[in-house]
Design a protein around this ligand. Structure first.
Ligand code: AMP
Length: 584
């Protein structure tokens, strides 16, 4: 079993693929988000998660948080400025007279996740997919892999976070070349990535971000607001950590409520302070911070060479995107409502789980759920069903064919969109019909391209275009994928029951169309070139032609097919002469 792990700056999550579903696993307290905080006591084993977070207030010097910022870094690089080690050597963190690497600290978080999973599943979990930001370089990816190995995992893949998020939103089933913006505002970092779907795999077109912009900054701004409201000055480190925790709780509450009350029992000795806050007040202090993401979004779009209207989807990742303020900004910057269908703080982990399932080959069953229940096509000459997207095709899907006019002087084509498994159009269900006009032309001269595409939501778009004039029409049909099981069964039973006569009807119709084309052609060729043939040859052709006519009337498929073969045979010399004359 391969676990999926989101090793986050603020929180981490682990999940597995269980009985066909990606599932995130909760610890003994029922919590899935595990704070990425490690407290190292003087003696004994490190304390990770919520307990570590609580210890941070008492022992900030023995507690590490946000080590993700340091993993794979060297002193002197971004984020290490206030650590003061020898420039150029790998970052280490001093603790109780020892020096730990960030990957060693991270491995404690991973060990905790591993134990949560093993406890929940009652089995060893020793393979993992671990996510990293898209901008992580080789050293940062290698260090993350190392952390996984130190925790006892075989690391099957290091996966980019935006790619994982897109997988969890099911965007790998969008049409080829689809473009997606992933807006990720977490606790400490902001990332905006633009992805393109290429052969079912996401390619990162561009990424921009700020490693110092996230929910923590909002907490700080809200803490400042609370202090001002309470009319207080600065606090000692322990109290300011608690104040920030209270600010964070208020912020999270205000994502769903308009007002809240912050209770601060610790600020002034015995006396507890209550500060009422409104969403409006909080949005006012947060707005300038959130607004800093705008320029980064626009730059990422520009780097990808895209305009916002070319994006197929905008998805949200990171707990801070639960704020209405953030969602409003995203909608405005991209001129598109963001997709809110997944929990933003679980999307990356779920994507890692899905990637694990794909690597194990477990995901095929799921993909099969999204298939066309019945064939889709259009009616063609002679009332036949012409299948364009066969039954059981995985969606999204796209296919097309070129059609022409059956009759000279015809000035348009009726496109009847059909669903079903029967050979004759009239036995299938008509989902819709429309007319595409073209200038009157000779038989077979018009060229109308018909394209069927079914998007990830199961909506069928039928496009027909006259290639000569470029005139096109497109219709949208909603019921192409959502068909009741009973209806599907009835259709399949009908096609089985009538399989023989249906097939016979199709072969007869095809033969009839051929006969209708051949008879006048033979007649006109005889008129032009009959004199160059021997009399027995002409007689034979006439005899076979009239046999075709009587076979047509008899409606006997085999008789018609034989008659056509004989006519074909008898006209070989005539056909050769026709060709010679054309070439001459
Ligand atoms: P992440 O890094 O994705 O785990 O996001 C953590 C950040 O999301 C923290 O700053 C949280 O305070 C913030 N967050 C989580 N839930 C909410 C919420 N409902 N409203 C606002 N921010 C939230």
């Amino acid at each position: 079993m391969i676990a999926g792990i989101d090793l986050g700056t603020t929180n981490s999550l682990i999940g597995v693929y269980e009985s066909g579903f990606p599932t995130l696993l909760a610890d003994a307290e029922g919590k899935r988000l595990i704070p990425s905080v490690v407290y190292f006591p003087e003696k004994g084993i490190p304390v990770v998660g919520r307990e570590g977070l609580r210890m941070q207030a008492f022992h900030p010097e023995c507690t590490f948080s946000s080590v993700k910022r340091l993993i794979g870094r060297r002193f002197g690089e971004e984020g290490t400025q206030n650590l003061g080690g020898t420039v150029g050597s790998p970052v280490t963190l001093p603790i109780h007279g020892q020096n730990l690497t960030p990957e060693e600290v991270s491995s404690e978080i991973l060990k905790k996740l591993k134990s949560i999973a093993e406890e929940r599943l009652g089995a060893a979990v020793d393979r993992a997919v671990i996510t990293v930001p898209a901008y992580f370089n080789d050293a940062q990816r290698a260090a993350t892999r190392k952390a996984g190995e130190l925790a006892g995992f075989t690391v099957e893949r290091i996966l980019s976070e935006p790619t994982a998020a897109a997988l969890s939103y099911g965007l790998d089933r969008l049409q080829e070349n689809a473009k997606v913006a992933v807006y990720d505002l977490g606790g400490g970092t902001f990332d905006l990535s633009i992805l393109r779907l290429d052969n079912g795999v996401f390619e990162v077109l561009s990424t921009h971000g700020d490693t110092r912009l996230g929910g923590d900054d909002l907490d700080e701004a809200i803490a400042g607001l609370i202090l001002r409201e309470a009319g207080m000055g600065s606090l000692n480190i322990e109290r300011s950590i608690r104040l920030k925790q209270a600010a964070r709780a208020a912020k999270e509450t205000l994502s769903t409520q308009e007002t809240t009350v912050v209770l601060l029992p610790f600020l002034e000795g015995e006396k507890s302070v209550e500060i009422p806050l409104t969403r409006e007040q909080v949005e006012k202090v947060c707005a300038p911070i959130v607004a800093r993401t705008r320029a980064l979004c626009l730059r990422a779009l520009e780097d990808a060479g895209l305009k916002s209207e070319q994006l197929d989807q905008v998805i949200l990742v990171g707990g801070s995107t639960r704020m209405p303020l953030v969602q409003k900004l995203v909608a405005e910057v991209f001129d598109k409502e963001p997709n809110l269908s997944q929990h933003p703080d679980e999307a990356v982990a779920l994507g890692a789980v899905l990637q694990g399932a794909i690597l194990e080959g477990n995901l095929r069953n799921v993909a099969l759920l999204d298939v066309t229940p019945l064939s889709l096509g259009i009616e063609t000459f002679g009332g036949l069903m012409n299948v364009i997207i066969p039954r059981n095709t995985t969606i999204p899907a796209k296919a097309g064919e070129m059609f022409t006019n059956a009759v000279a002087g015809q000035s348009g084509m009726k496109i009847k969109v059909l669903q079903g498994e029967r050979e004759l159009a009239m036995d299938n269900w008509m989902l819709g019909s429309f007319e595409i006009p073209f200038p009157p032309s000779q038989k077979g001269a018009a060229r109308v391209g018909v394209q069927f595409s079914i998007d990830a939501d199961g909506i069928l778009h039928v496009l027909a275009r006259d290639t000569a004039t470029g005139i096109e029409k497109i219709v949208e049909i909603k019921s192409a994928v959502e068909v009741s099981d009973e209806a599907v069964e009835a259709m399949l039973a009908g096609s089985l029951e009538h399989a023989f006569e249906d097939m016979d009807a199709r072969i007869f119709t095809e033969a009839r169309l051929k006969a209708e084309e051949m008879l006048p052609a033979v007649e006109s060729a005889l008129e032009q070139l009959g004199s160059e043939l021997s009399e027995p040859e002409v007689l034979e052709i006439k005899k076979q032609s009239s046999e075709v006519i009587s076979a047509l009337a008899s409606k006997e498929t085999n008789r018609l097919k034989q008659a056509l073969t004989a006519l074909d045979h008898s006209t070989q010399t005539l056909a050769t002469k026709l060709i010679e004359r054309a070439m001459g």
